[in-house]
Design a binder for this molecule. Structure first.
Ligand code: FRU
Length: 609
């Protein structure tokens, strides 16, 4: 195209100025796949119109002619599903130009101009994140808007739980990986902060960890909070970022990357080894299905010491998001190391899951416990489909290991029926070690004690119930979209199964049962509500009940779109998403094969203020 023609077209396009106050947004069409959006004025946000089914457009944000940000966004073609904010505040009121290149050009400039996005850019000083979506959880951590996956960079300091997360601020599908940022003082209420680490020249900001450098070993000062994350550009490298304001903002370390490799490795998990006065790093050697161990005196120079995992445990997918720590084994004087190796796919019910090993770690390598036949058993921390990338907070007092997982599964995470946000985290859990009746060490992951703070009034109560083939029903609270906690003890008596069902007026239900002969607990969400967005969603998941004590104690947490079941203080956990058309309002109990007993049944409403 010759320049004269191009300039004529640009002049014509200037006519399309959107008045958010005079002509604050100006659109220049440059061709079939390239458009400039110029923004003037003092508003805080430029709202970008998104259509999820459309292809990505690549946006370079120019200020004074320099590229200040680059991201991808699915700008609307035929209709606007929702808008996402682009924050103009870092640019001090200067003119901002978005140079937008669509990945698929239109047949003509005339056609390109028809895209719905161009007339739907707007300026705003606020973002509307009110909890309007039906399936937005009421007491689980979610991003204010946009896509979320793994929890990242978690540490506890001065009474505050810091939780970053893999975040796409420009849409509700995976893209533009950024560390979103939030904090809580009670693990129930979360305050959202501006992004902690944004993509830079080395690439997107993938998962990683943060640690408090108490002695200032890295030269960033005593008590600096140091994050290590994976820079994901064409290749994956490990990078540092430093925070001097307790994790609210991080400065990128100028000499990044600090670890490079010739193969894919990611999700660094770094902690201080007080015995040997050194830093230890566990890195997922994803495609090799193993974890690598490095040591360093200063977080900058790292030496590879050993590896663990080849041929052990589940090998059906990539190994990601490691965590490694030492814990007491309950009821003994023993201490053991626990290594978490998240795996995707290859989980027990398809897709993503949290695998772990117990054993010893000598600073160089991990040696897994073997069973009585000399084999390394495959162990799972959760027997639902929706707990992945679980890792723990560092620096939690009293030797506690509190962890949180991403409450979804890569099989369908991008398809679940939400819009303005996508994905929540599980409830925080406390990991403990115990000895099973077979003499092996297992991890429990009961809900963190802080969740008692959610308990409101007792809504329903039954001290002692004999259950049989005849169903007994109890009402569940309809307020707060059905959110509640249910606790009960089950005693098998003469039954072969004790069943619990949550159901709604539409006839949708989640069935759960204790198979007293097989000593397993199952959750069936095949009829739980909307399931047809993915063939992998409808499922029955089953956990072993490791104790054969006569009583099985359950705690069940119901939120708008999830059910988390904890058996015997977390000796098994089952986390599953559900999307009922209306809240479950009835709890039904019954048994098969003979009479069973339920005692101490309580349904609690929740304090959600
Ligand atoms: C796990 C994971 C990580 C990676 C991140 C990217 O869910 O694949 O290995 O760092 O997600 O968002």
């Amino acid at each position: 195209m010759n320049n004269i023609l191009k300039n004529t077209m640009t002049a014509a396009a200037i006519a399309l100025s959107i008045s958010a106050g005079a002509s604050d947004i100006q659109i220049d069409y440059l061709g079939t796949n390239n458009t400039l959006v110029r923004v003037k004025g003092a508003n805080r946000y430029l709202m970008l119109p998104v259509q999820e089914s459309n292809e990505d457009a690549k946006v370079n944000v120019l200020v004074n002619g320099n590229i200040e940000r680059s991201f991808a966004v699915r700008l609307a073609k035929t209709k606007v599903d929702y808008t996402v904010p682009f924050d103009l505040s870092p640019f001090d009121g200067k003119d901002v130009v978005l140079d937008i290149v669509s990945s698929q050009g239109r047949a003509s400039v005339r056609e390109a101009k028809q895209d719905a996005c161009w007339s739907n850019f707007s300026l705003s000083d606020t973002i509307d994140c009110a909890n309007k979506e039906k399936y937005r959880p009421l007491y689980h951590h979610t991003p204010e808007w946009g896509w979320m996956n793994d929890p990242n960079g978690m540490f506890y300091k001065d009474g505050v739980w810091h939780l970053c997360y893999q975040w796409n601020p420009y849409g509700s599908k995976w893209q533009n990986m950024t560390w979103g940022s939030s904090t809580s003082t009670d693990l129930i209420h979360w305050e959202h902060h501006p992004a902690a680490i944004i993509p830079n020249g080395l690439g997107m900001v993938f998962s990683g960890s943060s640690a408090i450098d108490r002695s200032g070993s890295a030269g960033f000062g005593k008590d600096a909070v140091v994050a290590m994350y994976t820079s994901a550009g064409v290749s994956q490298m490990q990078s540092l970022a430093v925070s001097h304001d307790n994790g609210l903002t991080y400065d990128i370390y100028p000499a990044n990357p600090v670890i490079t490799m010739e193969t894919e490795a990611r999700d660094p998990n770094m902690f201080w080894d007080n015995d040997k006065k050194q830093w230890i790093l566990v890195l997922a050697h994803a495609l090799e299905h193993e974890m690598l161990f490095f040591t360093s005196p200063d977080m900058k120079q790292w030496t590879l010491r050993g590896s663990f995992g080849k041929g052990l445990g589940a090998q059906g997918g990539v190994w990601e998001c490691p965590d490694l720590f030492r814990l007491k084994v309950d009821g003994t004087d023993k201490e053991k190391w626990m290594l978490i190796c998240n795996i995707n796919p290859g989980g027990p019910f398809g897709g993503s899951a949290v695998q772990y090993f117990t054993g010893d770690f000598d600073g160089n390598t991990f040696k897994a416990d073997t069973d009585k036949n000399g084999n390394v058993a495959t162990k799972w921390l959760d027997y639902g489909k929706d707990n992945y990338a679980l890792v723990s907070w560092s620096d939690v007092p009293d030797g506690r290991r509190v962890a949180i997982g991403w409450m979804s599964n890569w099989q369908y995470a991008a398809e679940v029926p939400t819009m303005q946000f996508r994905s929540a985290n599980t409830l925080p859990r406390e990991i403990r070690l115990f000895e099973g009746l077979d003499g092996e060490t297992y991890a429990s992951c009961g809900v963190a004690q802080e969740m008692l703070g959610l308990r409101g009034k007792t809504f329903t109560e039954a001290k002692r119930l004999s259950v049989s083939g005849k169903k007994k029903s109890f009402a569940l609270p309809e307020s707060n979209s059905g959110a509640c906690e249910i606790t009960l003890d089950m005693n098998k008596g003469k039954s072969s199964k004790i069943l619990l069902t949550l159901s709604n007026k539409e006839g949708e239900c989640v069935s759960m049962w204790y198979d007293t002969a097989a000593n397993t607990f199952s959750v069936d969400r095949r009829k739980s509500g909307i399931t047809d967005f993915s063939q992998d969603f409808a499922s029955v998941t089953t956990a072993p009940v490791l104790d054969t004590e006569s009583t099985l104690s359950l705690r069940v947490f119901v939120d708008t779109s999830s059910i988390e079941v904890f058996g015997n203080g977390g000796r098994f956990a089952i986390t599953n998403l559900v999307f009922p058309k209306s809240p479950y309002t009835t709890l039904t109990v019954s048994s098969e094969g003979g009479k069973g007993n339920i005692s101490n049944l309580k349904v609690y409403s929740l304090n959600l203020k």
